[in-house]
Design a protein around this ligand. Structure first.
Ligand code: NAP
Length: 497
């Protein structure tokens, strides 16, 4: 990637031309009401662009276009090898626009430019390319019938899919939804988070440039409570794929039941355990314990927010993590040296600050950080924060804070570590660190989460499924298994004379 300085990025940002209109039937357009709202930069509270506020009429129009495209077969009936070519071209175009998209994501989300250039954009490219390349290598089934019969078991696209995504990884989560749903032949309506609509709109324009037929992908920015709900209740939407909070996920399940039982897949919140045994590589474990919670300002569903440390190394290990936390002090996201940016908005900033107060009031020891820095910067910055002496019954150990706040707990033996790790409504991710593979494997097996690392955190790539146990959701993003969420199995039973 380029070796641009802060000044270079500021200059490029000032020259950006930003599209904030909805994307319907292959072109950008205003909301039917003409309404817009500003999207702001969380690093300085300044307006970046005005964005369309789509409503129910826009949604109905988009669903109609999506249905017409689906029924026409222009995409849904296209040979998988041809859909592959479009998706691969799309991935290439996104890659060619890495700098622009990385900058948009940096300004809109407050993510460090070093992350958006090295993680967010490349991950979206890989996801779309991989799903495109995979789709003409997936075979359907013939079942073991009597010899006078032939039974075909085929995967067919659902039809019209609505994808509702959050603000913390807009580009990556969007790619995780769009790549498999489009690869399997669906028409898709994306509703980005109100805070972060910009990269979703831009990549839809690139999809058309890559050859995606009009009407197959629409992007509707607008409020979740009205527009999102309308899509989730829509009688002509066949599938709903969602990444976001557990409370909204529960509502979406209800909307599905109250409407047409649309297939509903949910990637939700977490409170992930990161378990450290005394015999682990403590240097590496300490560096990753800090990264696990401070990366993206802790606004990560898989953040390792519960650090569960073997009692006998508690003091030594906490010192090591505190030492690493100093390196995560927040800074200007456009500065290539910044590792952690601001919180997404004032509401999230206040929520995190409230949790720091709650942790103190509950009797946990504030060992590092905890200060808010908004007055000095105009941005929603919070220091990396570490609470020690935490009990699993405290709210800071139970609830998803979604900020750079680490809760440190201790355990006596492997059984105790597993008990604490599993004592949560969530089951998204976790990790265990030990140089004894028997211990590590036993603990990894026993912790009830969708993804578990052994001697790493955030491990994985597009080849493995991602999703949650328990109230962290259902269905899976990524890998070949993601195709299951966007297809129905159809049996055709043939009898010969
Ligand atoms: P959120 O409040 O649940 O919002 C997510 C999306 O849902 C946004 O587009 C939002 O629109 C929309 N929405 C809100 N209320 C809705 C409703 N009643 N009906 C339909 N749509 C509605 O979550 P968030 O605060 O953006 O994101 C943070 C959460 O996402 C955390 O809990 C995090 O753990 C989770 N997450 C999970 C994963 C995973 O893969 N498991 C990955 C990333 C994030 P507006 O923006 O207009 O409100």
């Amino acid at each position: 990637m380029s070796e641009k300085s802060l000044t270079d990025w500021q200059t490029t940002a000032a020259a950006l031309s930003i599209e904030g209109r909805a994307f319907i039937n292959g072109r950008c357009m205003d909301a039917l009401s003409g309404e817009t709202r500003p999207t702001n930069n969380p690093a300085n509270s300044q307006r970046i662009a005005d964005v369309a506020v789509c409503g129910i009429e826009d949604a109905d129009q988009a669903v109609k276009k999506a249905r017409a495209a689906f029924d026409s077969g222009i995409w849904s009936a296209m040979a998988p090898a041809d859909r592959k070519m479009v998706l691969v071209r799309w991935a290439e175009l996104i890659e060619q626009h890495t700098e622009e998209l990385a900058l948009l994501e940096c300004l809109d989300v407050g993510k460090p430019i070093s992350d958006t250039t090295s993680v967010d954009v490349p991950s979206a490219v890989r996801t779309i390319r991989w799903s495109g390349e995979a789709i003409d290598k997936v075979y359907d089934e013939i079942s073991p019938t009597p010899s006078n019969c032939l039974a075909l078991v085929r995967r067919l696209p659902l039809g019209v899919v609505a994808a509702i995504v959050p603000w913390n990884f807009p580009l990556s989560t969007t790619a995780w939804k769009l790549a498999p749903s489009l690869a399997t032949g669906n028409s898709v309506i994306l509703k980005p988070a109100s805070n972060t609509p910009l990269t979703g709109i831009r990549i839809a324009e690139l999809a058309t440039e890559a050859g995606l037929p009009d009407g197959v992908l629409q992007v509707l920015p607008g409020p979740g409570g009205s527009l999102g709900k309308h899509l989730a209740m829509h009688m002509d939407v066949d599938g709903l794929t969602f990444t976001g909070s557990t409370p909204v996920g529960k509502q979406l399940m209800q909307y599905s039941g109250q409407s047409n039982l649309k297939r509903t897949f949910l990637e939700l919140g977490g409170k992930s355990p990161n378990i450290i045994f005394a015999d682990a590589n403590l240097e590496k474990a300490a560096s990753m314990a800090a990264a696990a919670v401070f990366y993206n300002g802790g606004q990560t569903c898989t953040a390792g927010t519960r650090l569960i440390v073997e009692e006998k190394i508690k003091d030594e290990f906490i010192d090591m993590v505190v030492d690493r936390a100093e390196k995560w002090m927040p800074g200007d996201p456009l500065d290539p040296a910044t590792r952690m940016g601001p919180m997404i908005d004032e509401a999230q900033y206040r929520t995190v600050a409230d949790y720091v107060d709650i942790g103190r009031d509950e009797g946990a020891a504030l060992t590092f950080g905890g200060n808010q820095m908004m007055q000095e910067t105009g941005g929603f910055y919070i220091e990396p924060t570490i609470f020690t002496g935490v009990e699993n019954r405290m709210r800071i150990a139970e609830e998803e804070i979604f900020g750079p706040v680490l809760s440190v707990l201790t355990f006596s033996d492997a059984e105790d570590a597993v008990r604490i790790a599993n004592d949560s409504i969530y089951g998204l991710a976790g990790a265990v660190w030990s140089n004894n593979i028997n211990t590590a494997h036993k603990v990894a097996e026993a912790v009830r989460v969708g993804t578990m690392g052994i001697n790493n955190y955030f491990g994985g790539d597009i080849t493995v499924p991602f999703g949650g146990f328990k109230q962290s959701g259902n269905g899976r993003d990524k890998s070949i298994h993601a195709f299951d969420d966007y297809t129905e199995l159809k049996t055709t039973w043939i009898e010969f004379e």
